[in-house]
Design a protein around this ligand. Sequence first.
Ligand SMILES: [Zn+2]
Length: 305
Amino acid sequence: MGNEAPVLVVSGFLGSGKTTLVRGLLADAQRTGSRVAVVSNEFGELGIDRALLGPGDQAYVELEGGCVCCELSSELVETLQMLWEKVHPDRVIIETSGVALPFDTQLQLWREPVTRWVASDTALVVVNALQLDEAKDLSDTFEQQVSSADMLLLNKIDLVDAAKLAGFEGILAELAPGTPIIRSTQGAVDPALLFPPNPGERRPAAARTHDHHHEAFESTEIAIERGLDPEAVCERVRSLGALRAKGFVETSSGVRIVQGVGSRVELSEIHSAPPAELLGRVVVVRRSGGAPRDPAHARKQSHRR
Ligand SMILES: [Zn+2]
């Protein structure tokens, strides 16, 4: 612990609200005192307000002249490693260009040397509800982005007729069965969904009493007894219908870190054991006071970890 960082890949078309979302996450990091490194491959939007990054701007790098999921993939890996060595961030955000494929970007995180410190990776695809409303035919790129997302943010919902939202979610669910869909305005999303807290970690109150209109979530801790088969642990966590899950469990095959995004629940070995008091504790983040919208589903695509 402490020698790894989660990576969030933010994708979606130009104008979907990626930059606004990233700015919100940076503001949250400032409130909570976490160090965030941002690699932005998006151009044409306003860019990040450097004041949000705090002292020193070495934690923000723009990559231009190509796309980080293909032409600039080696530059991406080099930049991430440079940021890791210089800034040692708690969290890393990659904002891709509007045409990038999130899964291809995630694949780069498997490369040496960054694979040594990438604790987890999540692909968030931001969808502009207004564009969905106006689009007659959805492009291939859009469909590929949506289908490879770990989580979908249906953004700018204040700009469309609320009665249409369920229909939009239906379109997204068809493209990406089982992927959690979060509604938002102005890219406002609970950071705990994107960077779930560790067990035993107290979430700052500021993160809960957030301003904008986003859906309400709650994080709770569940206990998982030791000695279970890893597959049984996966099943148990999956059955909770959580949007996110994270924790440490002592399975019959040894200590594992449990990480879940929607129905994608993975157990992996960890390099250094967590403190004993954290074993058997898993934080789950769920919608407040409601069952998940789309429980019990299998993902059609397999992912890392
Ligand atoms: Zn690309």
